[in-house]
Structure formats: C-alpha cells, structure tokens
Design a protein around this ligand. Structure first.
Ligand SMILES: Cc1cc2nc3c(=O)[nH]c(=O)nc-3n(C[C@H](O)[C@H](O)[C@H](O)COP(=O)(O)OP(=O)(O)OC[C@H]3O[C@@H](n4cnc5c(N)ncnc54)[C@H](O)[C@@H]3O)c2cc1C
Length: 247
C-alpha cells in the first residue's frame, strides 16, 4: 500500500510573530521551523499502521522553496520512506492543493493524508481541495485511522459521540488531535538513514492565484493586571462593574 502524506513547514509555536512591509509579510528573521503538529501526529499514526502491517510506503510531500528541506528531512528521520518537494512558494491554498494533486495523479497512491489544518495560516482547506482536484472522497478531522486491504476506517469525533466512516481506496483523509498520542522524536539511526532517503524535487504546475493576503493584524496588547487584596471583594465587584464593564 502507498500513502502520500502532506507536510506543512510552519514556524515553531514559540516564535515571536512580527510583520513587515506594511503588515503584509511575516518576518522570518530568527524563526525556527517545525513540521505542523497535525502532520506530525498523522505521520506517527501512519508509522504505527506500517509497523503493524509491514505493508505501507509513506511518501511525504511539501510545496515550498529549498529551505523546507530541513523540515522534510526530519519527517524522513522519524520514519517516512521518501519525499517529494514541489519547488515553489506556497502562494495560496488552491495553488498548494493543485501541486499535490498533480503529483498524486500519476503515482497511484492508495490514499492521501493531510493534517486537519496548518498551524500558521490555519486554512483547513488543502486536503479537501486535493480531493476535489482528484475527484476522490474526502474525510476530514480523523481522530483515529485504521487501514484494511482496500479501505480506511476513520473515527471522527462529534459533539457527545463518535462517527465511524468506512471509505474505499483511493481517498483523502485529514488527521486531527487524537490520531496518535505523541509525535515521535527522530533517533540518531533515523537521522543518519534520512540522509540516504530520496528527496525528489519537481517543478510546479501553473495555477492562478485566487487570493491575496491584504495585511495581517496582531491582537491588541493585553491590559495591565490590577492586583486586589483578597479581602476586598467590594473593590473587585466595583472594578468589574465600572472599568471592565462585564457585570
Ligand atoms: C510567502 C507566502 C505568501 C503567502 N501568501 C498568501 C496569500 O496571498 N493568500 C493566501 O491565501 N495564502 C498565502 N500564503 C499561505 C500559504 O499559501 C499557505 O501555505 C496555504 O494557504 C496552505 O495553508 P493553509 O493554512 O490554508 O493549509 P491548511 O488547509 O490549514 O492545511 C491542511 C494541511 O494541508 C497540508 N499542507 C498545507 N500547506 C502545505 C504545503 N505547503 N505543502 C504540503 N502540504 C501542505 C498539511 O498537511 C496541512 O496540515 C502564503 C504563504 C507564504 C509562505
């Protein structure tokens, strides 16, 4: 069996977020990049399936410039088998989905997996767009995934319950929290092996850009914290009423 896992290269969650050029561009100075956490958890689940069945080739794909290769090598070190980089800036979600779909179209993957959303732009759309381009069924936000001979069995969490969906190959699925307990950390052997694994670079195909980010805004800075003595509940009530105006 063959799976194509989409990996998004995103700023570490501890990065200081700043924008430049009239708030139109993310300032990448001193930013460390990581595998987007839902992609990392999806990779972990796929490795568990591979270890149980001994029959799953995991190819990862990232749409990005050469600087994403360090992130891709980490996924190879964790255990993915090989990698494809589409050599282009990921200008919007439709562009990214088109590139992934075009790679998948000729390579006969049994299924395609994405994360639920990237943690930078949090668009929550690439997987569904890939499915649409390829005319495949798509199941979003999988909290658990089992793979049998010709189908996936996907558990989705609902308000107060669970939904179990069976879907025949080929399909697209996105993984969310719960798909695996903990992301795996690459060990030394994995890091050494990752250097020998194939990382193919392919050119992008044409796709019109349909959305442009006009600007970014940071949340308003938090107000100053006021300390109120524990025995002065009346003052607390007065401040909540007159200043915060929440009661
Ligand atoms: C320099 C720059 C400029 C940008 N300008 C714009 C713009 O003008 N308009 C706009 O809409 N967006 C813009 N983007 C956002 C960029 O296109 C996003 O990467 C893209 O929209 C996908 O992010 P998302 O949050 O929509 O993905 P989601 O749909 O949230 O991601 C879901 C899953 O899709 C997969 N995935 C996402 N991105 C990739 C990827 N690059 N390669 C492989 N798999 C992936 C991952 O598995 C991820 O978990 C820009 C990004 C960059 C780096």
């Amino acid at each position: 069996m063959k799976v194509l896992l989409c990996i998004s290269h995103v700023p570490d969650t501890t990065s200081r977020i700043r924008f430049v050029n009239n708030q139109t561009q993310f300032d990448t100075t001193d930013v460390q990049y990581i595998i987007s956490p839902y992609d990392e958890l999806s990779l972990t689940r796929l490795l568990e399936i591979k270890e149980a069945n001994n029959d799953l080739d995991i190819t990862i794909i990232t749409v990005g410039n050469a600087d994403v290769e360090a992130t891709m090598r980490k996924a190879l070190a964790i255990g993915a088998d090989d990698a494809i980089r589409v050599d282009a800036e990921p200008v919007d979600a439709l562009f990214v989905a088109k590139q992934i779909a075009e790679v998948a179209r000729t390579r006969n993957f049994d299924f395609i997996m994405t994360g639920k959303e990237s943690i930078d732009h949090t668009g929550n759309q690439v997987g569904e767009m890939v499915a649409e381009f390829l005319d495949m069924p798509s199941v979003s936000s999988a909290a658990w995934l089992e793979i049998e001979a010709n189908k996936g069995i996907i558990t989705r969490e609902m308000d107060g319950g669970k939904e179990v969906v069976e879907v025949k190959f080929p399909f697209v699925v996105s993984g969310q929290k719960g798909i695996a307990k903990e992301p795996r950390i690459p060990n030394m052997r994995g890091i050494m092996n990752s250097r020998k694994k194939s990382l193919e670079v392919v050119p992008a195909v044409a796709q019109d850009t349909v959305s442009v980010i006009s600007h970014y805004e940071l949340p308003a800075p938090k107000g100053k914290c006021k300390m109120i003595p524990a025995d002065n509940a009346a003052e607390l009530v007065r401040l909540l009423h007159e200043e915060a105006k929440v009661i």
